[in-house]
Design a protein. Sequence first.
Length: 143
Amino acid sequence: MAMTAGGSDEGEVLSDINVTPLVDVMLVLLIIFIITVPVALKEIKVNLPKASNLPTQTKPEDVTIAVDKTGGIYWNTKLLPNQEALKTELRGVARSEPQPEVHIRGDSDARYMYVGQVLVAAQQIGIRKVAFLTTPLYPGEAP
């Protein structure tokens, strides 16, 4: 409780509450909420796809394109000399019905550019199904 100093009413007790510390705390909380709420709400609402990690069912007609760390492109097991040879092979696959899947196996040490060139070539030719083959993260997983 607060007491007044001086004056004729010495010894009287004031019944007023000192709200200055309460106001200070409330202002600090208000500033914290003003700063943090816009940061938390900077998110665009989208429906994210549901993913499941299922092993790839390889069919005999599927094509596997491997990219080694030097940028060499292999059609199944045959080394292709350049991008034009890859596009020629992809054109033959794109015409068949139903169109087989193209599986891209990129070496983990290969530059992204090499794998990206294969992906762009498949897109330009009109391949509808492209998959990336990887090794399992854990040794016990199915390949």
